[in-house]
Design a protein around this ligand. Structure first.
Ligand SMILES: C[S@@+](CC[C@H](N)C(=O)[O-])C[C@H]1O[C@@H](n2cnc3c(N)ncnc32)[C@H](O)[C@@H]1O
Length: 203
């Protein structure tokens, strides 16, 4: 790997660096999800790939479980937010808690995972949905054509940003689609990233 890229990736693994860089966009990233889900009805939430607790504040009224592979992120999250935080690799098929959740959530995790792990993870997430609940995924789209958003998706430390058709194929292998939306993040009038929000229920 290019040495500059290696340094950038290592820096982003530090909670303070990641938290600072994503903060300006975190609120807008959650918008489509918050427009669709009434959080007052969410009693239990599982946040898969929770990072340093980016989304924990939004779920402050719920019984919250976060899981992430990065022990420093988990230490930061558990020092700052209420909830149960677990260090674990989602490629390990036994790592998710065997419990039910109204909201099984993953924000910007799956573009770090290859297709086979993403597919198996979505199947496992579907099994944890409580009656009436759902799976909610927000993730990075690889847009067609040349654009700043495509270049940034290619530069991301997650190597699996996908075209929208590829995301839909993965989501609908194990989940019935309730909603799918593509939306921009960035500066007014200048999309820097395209995101997908998917809401599904177990088939
Ligand atoms: C772009 S960050 C998103 C963090 C957080 N969800 C957010 O919204 O800011 C991707 C997260 O996925 C985590 N991650 C990557 N691969 C993982 C794996 N195999 N198992 C668990 N977490 C993983 C990273 O440590 C990182 O916290």
């Amino acid at each position: 790997m290019n040495p500059l890229r290696k340094v950038a990736d290592r820096l982003l693994e530090m909670p303070i660096v990641y938290g600072t860089l994503q903060a300006p966009f975190a609120g807008n990233k959650l918008k489509p999800f918050l427009q669709r889900v009434d959080l007052s009805t969410v009693r239990r939430v599982l946040d898969v790939g929770c990072g340093p607790g980016t989304n924990a504040r939004a779920f402050a009224g719920s019984d919250y479980v976060g899981i992430d592979i990065n022990a420093d992120y988990i230490a930061t999250a558990s020092a700052r937010f209420k909830g149960r935080f677990v260090v674990g690799d989602v490629a390990d098929e036994t790592v998710l808690p065997n419990e039910k959740f109204d909201c099984v959530f993953a924000n910007s995790l799956m573009h770090h995972l290859p297709d086979d792990v993403t597919s198996s993870l979505l199947a496992r997430m579907a099994r944890l949905v409580a009656p009436g609940g759902g799976v909610h995924v927000l993730d990075l789209v690889l847009p067609d054509g040349l654009s700043p958003a495509r270049a940034l998706a290619r530069l991301d430390r997650g190597r699996h940003a996908r075209p929208i058709a590829e995301w839909r194929r993965l989501f609908t292998q194990h989940l019935e689609e309730r909603h799918l939306e593509v939306y921009p993040l960035g500066l007014p009038g200048i999309p820097l990233w395209w995101m997908v929000y998917f809401h599904g229920v177990p088939k």
